[in-house]
Structures are given as C-alpha cells and as structure tokens.
Design a protein around this ligand. Structure first.
Ligand code: SF4
Length: 694
C-alpha cells in the first residue's frame, strides 16, 4: 500500500472466484488499484474474505495478458496480431461460411460460469438468434449439471434451498462430497462457528477433510466411503430412517406425494440396502452409518451441504435425488437451518445455469421444445428459434471428430485443461475449421484456435453474478478494460459482424431484457440492486423483495417427488493393474486450472500439484513423502510428487488440478453422469509407482 499510495476512492464489487459471492471494496489511488478489502455490508460475507478474493487479483495486470486480437489461417501457423475489426471480420466470415457449407447446427458455443449473467445471456442469444441452433453449453456441464437435473426432478427448480444465514440455525450439518474449508472458505467459517456452538457434523467423504476437526470429537461422524458409492451410502441412510420409523410422516403427507414415498420406502427397506449389507461395497462401518442416520433424522434441524464429490460421478444426478429424498423424508425443507444446499464452485455457476446456457433450456430453466417458451424469445428477438435441443460439450467434441461440428466460440473456458480425457478434447478441437477463443490469456485451448479475442477481467466490467444462495450481486467496473472492450461488448461485436443488429450500450439494458423474458428475474433491476445491495431470485411481483428461502409453503413443482435411487456401479473398476482409486479437488489458495491464481502472489502457497497417499499404500510402493511418482490410468499418465498422509483412506489417492505441468486430467476417464454427461472426475482407477521425475 505504501508503494501504491493512499486510496482516494472505492468501488464495491463482487469476488470472481467461488460461489460464496463475497462483496469487496476495490480501493484505488487514481486509476491504480491499491487493495481489495472485504465489504462489511456484503450480505454473503459480512466483511469476511479468503486469500483468493483478498489477494489473488493481480492476474488482471499480469504481463501474460493478451490485449490485442490475433488470427491465423491454420493452427500450424504463428499468430498474427490484428485490429479488432479485422479479427471480427475474419471470425464472422469463417463462422458464416461454416454455417452456409455445413448447416446451422455445425456451430456452437461454450461459455464459462466465471462470466456475468449479462454476458452469459448474450452468448446463449448469439447461439440461438445468430448461429440459429441450441448448441450452447457451459462449464457447469462439468460441475453442477446433475444439481440442475436432480433438484429439478425432485423439487421443481435447480437451486439451493436456503440462504447462508440459515446456517446459524443448523443442528446437524451433513457435508458430503465437499471440502468447504478450501472450496468455500467464508461459508466454511460460518459453519465452523456453528459447530463450535454445539451443532453436530456428519462428513461423507473419502478424505478426512479439515471440517471433521472443527466439531467436538464425539459430535463428528466421518464416513470415509469408497469413491463411486455415494448412492449406496445415502440409500443406506434412507434404509435406517425408514425401517426404524424415524421419518417425518406429517411432513411427507402434507408436502410430498405419499404414494411415491411408499414406493420409495418399499425399495429402501429391502435388506440389500441395510448398512450391514453395503459395508463391504462402500467401506463405511455399519454402526457408524446407523448412528449418522439416527442423528440426521432426530437431531433437530438437519442441513445438507454438498459439492462436486456428489455431482462428478456416473450417478451424480442420482445422488442429488437421493439427498433430496433424505431431506424430504426427515422434514428438513422449508424453514431456517435445513435444506439441500449445493456449494457452487464457480462464482456464477448458478447464474450461468439460470441464464439458459444449457442446450435444452432457455433462460429460467424452460425447455426449448415448448412452443410457448420459444414464443417469448422469438417475440423479443425477432427470430425463429430451433426447437431441437442442441449439443452438450462432449457431444460437440464427438461431432467434431465425426466431422459434423466445425465452428466453436469458446468464452472464458480452457476445455483442453479442464475437461476430461485431454486427448479426445484435443482431437475434437483439431478437427474444427474455426475455433474462437475469447480469454484473458493464451490458454491451452488456444493452441487449437484460429482467432483469439482478448477478454476483460472482473475488475474491468459491469454486470451481475448470482451466488450459491441465488443472491444476485452487482459487479462494478473498477478500471477501464485493458483490451478496449468488456466481454459482453465483444460478444455483441461478433454477433453484429455475423449480421445481427444488436445495440446494447450497457449491461443494465441486458438485465432489463432478462427481466422481461424470465419470470424468476421479472423484478430485478439495477436500481433495486443499488437500493438493496443484492437480491435473491425469485424476485418478481409475488416476491418483490426476493426470496431468501425456497419451498416454504410448497415445492416449486407442487408436491415434492420421491425417486427410487438404485445404486449402479461405475464402469471404472480398480484391479491388479490399476489397484488404487484417484479422486480430485482443490486447495484454498488456488482456483481450478490456476489460470488466474497462478499469476498472483498466491502462487507462493502452492507450487505444484501433489498426490496424497495413505502411509500403507506409500510403504507398499517404497515411497516417502516428497518422492516423485508416476500416476497412470487406462487413459494416460503424469508425474508428480507424493504427499504421504493418513487423511486418505487406504486404497484411495487424491490430487489437485491447478498446474498445467501436471495436467491431472490426462488420467481421468470419459465416463459421465447418465443424465447430464457431467464427467466422472472423482473415480479413476490408477497405478502409482516410483519415478525419477518429469
Ligand atoms: Fe472469493 Fe469465495 Fe474467497 Fe469469498 S470465499 S473471497 S467469494 S473465493
């Protein structure tokens, strides 16, 4: 601060990392950003923050940023720096040419959950109103798409049921497949405070995560399950609750479909779902599981918090529905201190899904096949919308390899590094005739691009993000875009170069269009956000002040729906050649593939990805802490260092995926969730052996 001078002005904006959505004051001296200070009036963080939001913003000024557009005829040629008009004309000519030659469904878009609501809305509009198809997908595909499906089926909408304040009334927190301390630190602090006040904790996770230490030892149940057996464990919890008569009959009769509950109860009562029958499969001690089930059913307000350890499985959607069953059967919905709460990874993964960036849904989770829904947007946009759902990310890549998908606009996503089965992603990209990458940095995906459009950082744009509690927060421009344009402007320029006639001059106008076309956002205006600081959707005539808690008097779909959740083993199996199971996650100071955090002072806290391995498994392989190891699977192999720790269960290893040198996703499989194609990052059979290093 001494070097940068004393701040003389401040702009309140929102952190662009995780789904907690902390508010910050960007403090400036003239045009120089001096520091980011957590804003005490921020409703999601109340003046708290973590090391990412507080310190990891230096990437915005990193010399690696590309500030001028670039083009090249083929990916074997070097890049040529050109003007914006030349780059946009080149991109538009290629994309229009592809559409003419191969048909409108040969083009598509991948957008990022890091983008604002307004940017995301425009990108899906570009796909539907200019490309004239529904080939739009988002990185939520690879994280929380099963939340969308599972909660949509059971409750009627894809959203966390509570606000963060609700944690203050929790008596029993069930944390499954999430590591809030590293992934959602500010929320984790609030949960830890509640645990210190006496709330009980159930953790279902293959790792003994830090949160386990936060509860009194007698109040914490850790069920260290075998990766891939979530459905069997949650169904066994249901077995105990139903067979021991611990369910809330009054709630179920009033709020849910009783006949469906009876069918579920009959299914779950079968002895094969008893904890004693599933213990060998799941690795979870039957007595511990019974104790956890009794605690959750009868311990007062029970809240479920879950993350990607639930969704990134071949049965990700099934597990989400199993958790919804658990909440409904125990009456833990519709009041403070309860609920089913997905901890969203990216800052705007909730908003990205809300804004219609899935290939089957228009904004507001309305199916594109419905004529009355298409009509709303056809009237607003003056085009005919393709009634056929479009391609998901993996389908776009498959179609590219098969030769029917030819042009991609990839905004804010590095699919080569973040999506599973890197070789297949590379083959798909290499087969396309026009790949447009719109990003801050020349990322790994850009190796396969023909057009590079420089992106703007969150400090350089106006808009909104929606956090994990459906809270719409303003993002305010702190400094002028270094590349000349905010990202929504670039999308508009591309659309207009392809023949659209868009004329937005500020994201506020885009929000007005969202409100006019999307009932759950009907009451959202920038004026309201200015007045209230933030607002939670649904915000409309019925809920003009927004909605902190959902499903209070009834579920969005009417009656809550119980769904039979049969466990089906993943196709990925360990065996003599690949005897260990790998699961992945992230650490506090870094974020996903590290494109931003590695370019900030936070990099000193994490120089490389490590493989966590149980002492027995390490000893069997002659490995010590810090040794180089080779990590190999049926898909590929990589090299990294070992971290020997009893946080891991025997037979399970764990790594992060923050560093491109490691490229952990070269080993992950291409199996995915049966309903949504969300990749199964959390279960890969691997072999670990000593190595001399890379
Ligand atoms: Fe940003 Fe999440 Fe940290 Fe808050 S908890 S400062 S939103 S990364």
């Amino acid at each position: 601060v001494a070097e940068l001078g004393t701040p003389d002005r401040e702009v309140v904006t929102t952190c662009a990392y995780c789904g907690v959505g902390c508010s910050f004051k960007a403090e400036l001296n003239g045009d120089q950003l001096v520091r980011m200070t957590p804003w005490k009036h921020g409703k999601a963080n109340r003046g708290h923050s973590c090391v990412k939001g507080r310190f990891a913003y230096g990437y915005a000024e990193h010399p690696d940023r590309i500030l001028n557009p670039m083009i090249r005829d083929s990916i074997d040629e070097p890049w040529r720096e050109v003007s914006w008009p030349e780059a946009l004309a080149f991109a538009a000519q290629r994309m229009n040419g592809i559409r003419e030659k191969y048909g409108r469904r040969s083009l598509g878009v991948i957008t990022s959950s890091r983008c604002t609501n307004e940017e995301t809305y425009l990108v899906q509009k570009l796909t539907r109103a200019v490309f004239l198809n529904n080939n739009t997908d988002t990185c939520a595909r690879v994280c929380h798409s099963p939340t969308g499906y599972g909660l949509g089926q059971t409750f009627g909408t894809s959203a966390g049921t509570q606000d963060f304040d609700s944690v203050e009334k929790v008596d029993v927190a069930l944390v499954i497949g999430a590591n809030p301390t590293d992934g959602h630190p500010v929320f984790a602090s609030r949960l830890k405070k509640r645990l210190r006040e006496g709330a009980k904790l159930i953790v279902i996770d293959p790792r003994r995560i830090d949160m386990v230490k936060s509860a009194h030892i007698e109040a914490a149940h850790h069920l260290p399950l075998t990766p891939g057996t979530n459905v069997a464990v949650v169904t066994a919890l249901g077995h105990v609750i139903v067979t021991e008569g611990l369910y809330d009959e009054a709630f179920i009769r009033e709020r849910c479909d009783w006949d469906e509950f009876q069918a579920y109860a009959e299914f779950v009562s079968d002895k094969r779902h008893a904890p004693e029958s599933t213990a060998l499969l799941t690795g979870v001690n039957a007595q511990e599981l019974r104790a956890a089930a009794r605690l959750f059913a009868k311990g007062g307000n029970g809240a479920i918090y879950y993350g990607l350890g639930v969704t990134e499985h071949s049965q990700g959607s099934t597990t989400v529905m199993a958790l919804a069953n658990l909440a409904m059967m125990t009456g833990n919905i519709g009041r403070e201190g309860v609920g089913v709460n997905p901890l969203r990874g990216q800052n705007n993964v909730q908003g990205s899904c809300d804004m219609g960036s899935f290939p089957h849904e228009l904004p507001g989770y309305r199916h594109v096949k419905l004529p009355e829904v298409r009509k709303v947007f056809e009237d607003a946009w003056g085009v005919e919308i393709d009634p056929e759902p479009g391609l998901r990310i993996p389908n776009m890549l498959d179609a590219a390899v098969e030769g029917t998908f030819k042009g991609l606009y990839c905004q804010g996503e590095d699919i080569l590094q973040s999506d599973p089965d890197t070789r297949h992603v590379a083959a798909g990209l290499a087969a396309m005739e026009c790949v447009i990458v719109h990003d801050l940095f020349l990322n790994e995906t850009a190796n396969y691009a023909h057009v590079f459009l420089p992106g703007s950082s969150f400090l350089e744009k106006n808009g909104t993000f929606t956090n994990a509690e459906r809270r719409i927060n303003r993002v305010r421009k702190v400094m002028a875009p270094k590349n000349g344009y905010e990202d929504w402007e670039v999308t508009q320029l591309l659309a207009n170069a392809m023949g659209a006639g868009w004329a937005y001059t500020h994201p506020e106008q885009i929000m007005a269009e969202i409100a006019a076309t999307t009932p759950s956002f009907a009451g959202v205006t920038y004026d309201l956000l200015e007045q209230k600081g933030s607002v939670q959707w649904p915000c409309n005539e019925e809920h003009p002040e927004g909605t902190p808690m959902m499903h209070v008097d009834g579920f969005m779909r009417g009656k809550g729906r119980f769904i039979v959740t049969e466990y089906v083993a993943t196709a990925e199996r360990s065996g003599p050649r690949f005897p260990l199971l790998l699961t992945t996650g992230r650490i506090l100071s870094q974020y996903n593939v590290g494109a931003q955090t590695r370019r900030t002072s936070n990099s000193v806290w994490h120089e490389q990805d490590l493989l966590e391995i149980h002492p027995h498994d390490a000893e069997n392989r002659g490995l010590k802490d810090g040794d180089w190891i080779k990590l190999a699977s049926r898909s590929g192999e990589t090299t990294l260092k070992a971290s020997v720790t009893d946080k891991m269960s025997p037979g399970v290893v764990y790594t992060t995926f923050h560093h491109p040198d490691t490229q952990a996703n070269v080993v992950t499989t291409d199996y995915s969730d049966w309903a949504t194609n969300c990749p199964e990052y959390k279960v890969t059979a691997v072999q670990v052996s000593p190595s001399n290093g890379p």
